[in-house]
Design a protein around this ligand. Structure first.
Ligand code: SF4
Length: 351
């Protein structure tokens, strides 16, 4: 890391230390510090949104932010701030922009890594995953999603990746059933791991009660995710679904659906409850106002369990294999460059 970047990082860490002493009083000053260390033209939309959040103390967003000081372990919250706010956003945005200018290609904000499992054929080894993360950090990506049929079947390696890349934030999409006391202790130790647990808005969710209790007791941050289509959308559109998630302690919820916006009643509810509920909701991929449209290649890309990288996992292109090619070569391949040269509409499953 350059001296300038190191100084910025130190400045922002000091700002967090100050904020942590008295969040209620110092929260409004947070953006002043960010403005001091980050150029005006970086993360402008996100900074405006955040400014609005901290200016309105009665808003659901302010309450959600404030709840992190009640519900989350102090050291984990500190690492979350350092990795997510400083490394993966404030500093990564500058570094990724420099890489984009230098290499004339997109540098995605987040990479989804399919962890695979026994029976999936040749899967990415720990060293393969580690190598991809190292290359990604060199280019300006510090946020990683761990995906696959169940990424926590490789939980020792997940912990080892978190342990090795202490400057990155990891989030696993999991059924949650492999989260136990021991794993929670490990997550508390590494501090940079967040589970997003699949829920069904049905009786099935009862089996997760113990898991949610462990995470709450350990004061670990976590969220949920759900997948729906026409047949079960009604379940996720209920206000009770949002309230239950908040009551269980979730801080965020990802929604995945291939329904068109016009027939997606859940998305309408997501937009409505964003005005009142203390839950960060993310819709893949209808949040155009927040992302500016399709995020493939630009903000997100996906690596399959055998090492093939694509701008989006739903795209039909085969993608380069990272076992034989560098990450930069893949970003500069035709498959990715199409998304660099123009704003393409979704050509994946959501077509
Ligand atoms: S290609 Fe489609 S599914 Fe993939 S990120 Fe773009 S809009 Fe979303």
């Amino acid at each position: 890391m350059s001296v300038g970047r190191e100084l910025k990082k130190l400045g922002m860490k000091a700002a967090y230390h100050y904020l942590d002493r008295d969040p209620e009083t110092n929260m409004p000053k947070l953006m002043e510090w960010v403005d001091k260390f980050v150029r005006d033209d970086v993360l402008t939309v996100q900074r405006d949104v955040f400014r609005k959040i901290i200016a309105e103390k009665d808003s659901n967003w302010y309450r959600l932010l404030a709840s992190l000081w009640q519900d989350i372990d102090d050291d984990v919250r500190k690492v979350l701030f350092e990795n997510l706010v400083i490394n993966a956003n404030a500093l990564a945005a500058i570094q990724a922009r420099e890489s984009t200018v230098k290499y004339q290609c997109n540098i995605p904000w987040v990479i989804a890594l399919d962890m695979g499992r026994e029976g999936d054929g040749e899967i990415l080894s720990f060293d393969d995953l580690d190598g991809i993360i190292e290359q990604a950090k060199d280019l300006g990506t510090f946020m990683f999603l761990l995906t696959g049929r169940e990424p926590l079947v490789r939980k020792e390696e997940v912990v080892a990746l978190c342990n090795k890349h202490t400057d990155c934030q990891f989030m696993a999409f999991t059924d949650g059933l492999l989260i136990d006391e021991d794993f929670a202790v490990q997550a508390l130790r590494v501090k940079n791991f967040i589970p997003a647990i699949r829920v069904y808005a049905a009786a099935d969710d009862k089996k997760l009660d113990d898991v949610f209790a462990i995470l709450r007791t350990k004061k670990l941050p976590y969220g949920e995710y759900c997948m729906y289509d026409k047949s079960n959308a009604e379940r996720f559109a209920r206000e009770a679904f949002f309230d239950d998630a908040i009551e269980r302690g979730a801080k965020f919820c990802w929604f995945f659906s291939s329904l068109a916006e016009s027939e997606d009643q859940v998305y309408q509810q997501i937009k409505k409850y964003r005005e009142s509920k203390t839950l960060l909701t993310i819709n893949f991929c209808k949040d155009e106002a927040m992302t500016g449209g399709c995020i493939a290649g630009k903000y997100y890309c996906s690596v399959s369990t055998d090492g093939r990288i694509k701008p989006c996992s739903f795209l039909p292109c085969s993608g380069m294999n990272l076992k034989e090619n560098s990450l930069l070569a893949a970003y500069r391949s035709d498959c990715f460059m199409e998304y660099y040269h123009c704003d393409l509409k979704c050509r994946g499953v959501f077509e």
